[in-house]
Write a protein that binds this ligand. Sequence first.
Ligand code: 6GU
Length: 230
Amino acid sequence: MRLDVVTIFPDYLAPLSLSLVGKAISSGIVDLQVHDLRTWTHDRHHTTDDTPYGGGAGMVMKPEPWGEALDALVEADPTPMTIVVPTPAGRPFSQRLAHELAERPRLVFACGRYEGIDQRVLDEFAENHELVEVSLGDYVLNGGEVAVLAITEAVVRLLPGVVGNPASLVEESHSLEHELLEYPNYTKPPVWRGRAVPEVLLSGNHGLIAQWRREQALERTRQRRPDLLD
Ligand code: 6GU
């Protein structure tokens, strides 16, 4: 999978060279390129934003650098692009959307500040490319970079050969179908600071264990995410 990230803060994406995503890059499963939007500015101050038409607080990202940046990425590689624009006004990110994005050959992340990118850029590129605005949830980040870290990790771990034990993905997608939160987990020692591991987990009775885990998952979901049970 080819990944491009366009941002005014390329250093923000440095963690992508670590851990699971980093391994996917060094093993060739993922080709990641981070681009500085200011490459496509032409004024002395490398200006990327301006005041909003109609007034109001904050700044809006100028269309010209974004247009040139995305044109350059199209030019550099003919692989069809899915443009992902992180914004609190986007479609809520989910495991389902992560699976959808994992099917795409090339994702191009366009990181704007949270006031956003001039709408005409999105309208222009949506005409010839798949474009999806994505939100991590109902809170505000300063820019899309942290969202790109989250979305990339969720997507890349679904690519074949990235997660060591594919059984863990199967269990996960199974739990996704049932739409329950995961049950609590325990490991050795059997007693820690006076707290014992639930006895059923030591019983060796796999039927009872499965039943207990399902009850725990249901109870957690009822308490924390009753919306998932509707
Ligand atoms: Cl994807 N971007 C920004 N700037 N803020 C957010 C977000 C994304 N998701 C939640 N808040």
